[in-house]
Design a protein around this ligand. Structure first.
Ligand code: ATP
Ligand code: MG
Length: 453
């Protein structure tokens, strides 16, 4: 074990395939954590458990992120207090039975500090070790154990750290601090075994490495390559959830390369056999990073068969209908935006009022900004500028009321039929392009059309 706050030199046991021991100078490894106010609630819980005589630490991802100086998504607590004891200490009404079978209790903030309706609970998990795995996802059973066992059941060394916020000590049974320092993602224990147990870890490895910019340790990566086909046991929802995070990761391109190198791409990026990395690099540099659909649209638009790829992804990641709709709109309509400068308004207007115009515009602007051919780029950028100006127009100018509708045609005595849609579309186009201005003009136009036919 490595308790980083106490001594300068330590022997760090790396639980790799060959159980090596290495000497390292701990003072060079970051072990200082400055906890942010967001950690207060978890620290309160740790302090309370320790006062009651139990061992309790901050655990897992929050320790990793805090050591890296990043804002953890949430703070988890691990303790040797059994779940029932946790409930007893904090009171039944302040706790939630989160994952009873895994010994996880949700502890709610104290009433004083809790805003009305606020139910944000901190996960308090009893130290445990996992039994055998037979479904490739979850242990068949778990048994409560000590901190070391709890560290060893975790997936990657950088995720296996504890922090005692009272003693201000990092507790490292797995060599996680060195790997954090070296930017290395490696499994705790033999990679082959760990991926055999839980297939989702393969995708988590890619996600953490793409998020943190960490290298994947060669043994870990080789094992992913060997087990890649088995990723199919993971549900589409989980694959989709991890892939959403890969798409928003700062090192997305490295993540995509790792997916391809390890053959995970065959399952998690179906129908995207080859990716043009030169084009992707240029295009992704300009896309928004606040929704996974923006980078995904760029990747799909750069693929050979965009629509087919989208259909396959939608199925394999269980994308929601509105996600598929906005991706489809951007793939179908970005070219219209890029051709705006040379097109009639009637062609572009439906795109400008599309509910997904934000997505269409983002894809168009990535393609415009990264276009290598100078003349084309100039035209694209002109079109984009025009589109952006138009999007500022007031609603009545952007989408004026149609001059006439189906009811008007009926009251003129024309039989409803396929002609209706054609005539009304013709009138709408003429209105948008500035050839028809009044209901009377439109009616006269319609009568002429019906008579011609
Ligand atoms: P983030 O919350 O940013 O995704 P995290 O590391 O907190 O990162 P979680 O999924 O919240 O990830 O899991 C919390 C911790 O539980 C991890 O840090 C890891 O120690 C452990 N863990 C999560 N999933 C697994 C898994 N599939 N196998 C083994 N350990 C896991
Ligand atoms: Mg977490």
């Amino acid at each position: 074990m490595l308790v980083a706050c106490v001594v300068d030199y330590h022997t760090v046991r790396l639980l790799g395939s060959d159980q090596v021991s290495i000497e390292t100078r701990v003072s060079s490894i970051p072990n200082q954590i400055v906890l942010r106010p967001a950690a207060d609630e978890a620290v309160r819980i740790v302090a309370r458990l320790q006062e009651a005589g139990f061992t309790a630490y901050l655990a897992g991802g929050c320790v990793r992120d805090a050591l890296l100086g990043k804002d953890p998504k949430d703070y988890d607590v691990a303790t040797n207090a059994a779940p029932d004891m946790v409930r007893q200490i904090f009171g039944k009404s302040n706790t939630l039975a989160f994952g009873v079978s895994f010994g996880v209790i949700g502890v709610l903030p104290e009433r004083r500090g809790r805003k009305r309706g606020q139910r944000q609970a901190t996960e308090v998990a009893t130290f445990r070790s996992d039994g055998s795995y037979s479904d490739g996802r979850r242990p068949d059973s778990v048994s409560f154990g000590d901190p070391e066992e709890d560290a060893l059941r975790r997936d990657f060394t950088i995720n296996g750290l504890f922090y005692d916020p009272i003693e201000r000590c990092v507790i490292d049974f797995v060599g996680g601090q060195i790997d954090l320092f070296n930017g290395l993602l490696r499994t705790i224990g033999r990679a082959d075994d760990r991926f055999n147990e839980d297939r989702l870890r393969m995708l988590r490895a890619i996600r953490f490495s793409a998020t943190l910019g960490f290298q994947i340790d060669p043994d870990t990566e080789a094992a992913i390559g060997q087990h890649a086909e088995a990723i199919t046991v993971v549900s589409g929802e989980r694959i989709g959830a991890e892939m959403r995070r890969v798409l928003l990761a700062p090192h997305l391109l490295d993540g995509l390369r790792s997916l391809i190198r390890t053959n995970l791409a065959e399952t998690v990026l179906p129908d995207l056999p080859t990716l043009d990395f030169d084009n992707l690099t240029a295009r992704l540099a300009f896309c928004r990073k606040d929704d996974f659909r923006f980078p995904l649209a760029v990747i799909l638009a750069t693929a050979e068969k965009s629509m087919q790829s989208l259909r396959s992804l939608a199925k394999s990641w269980r994308l929601a209908n509105d996600e598929v709709r906005s991706l489809r709109s951007s793939l179908e309509s970005h070219a219209t935006v890029l051709g705006f400068a040379d097109s009639p308004w009637s062609k572009t207007q439906p795109v400008m009022i599309d509910r997904d115009v934000e997505h269409i515009m983002d894809l168009a602007s990535c393609l415009a900004a990264s276009e290598p051919e100078p003349e084309l780029k100039k035209r694209f950028l002109e079109s984009l500028e025009k589109a952006e100006r138009v999007l500022q127009w007031p609603e009545e100018r952007l989408n004026p009321q149609p001059l006439i509708g189906g009811d008007d045609l009926r009251s003129l005595g024309f039989e409803p039929g396929p002609m209706y849609a054609r005539v009304l579309q013709g009138i709408r186009d003429a209105q948008l392009n500035g050839y028809l201005h009044t209901k009377e003009d439109a009616t006269a136009w319609a009568i002429r059309k019906f008579q011609q036919d």
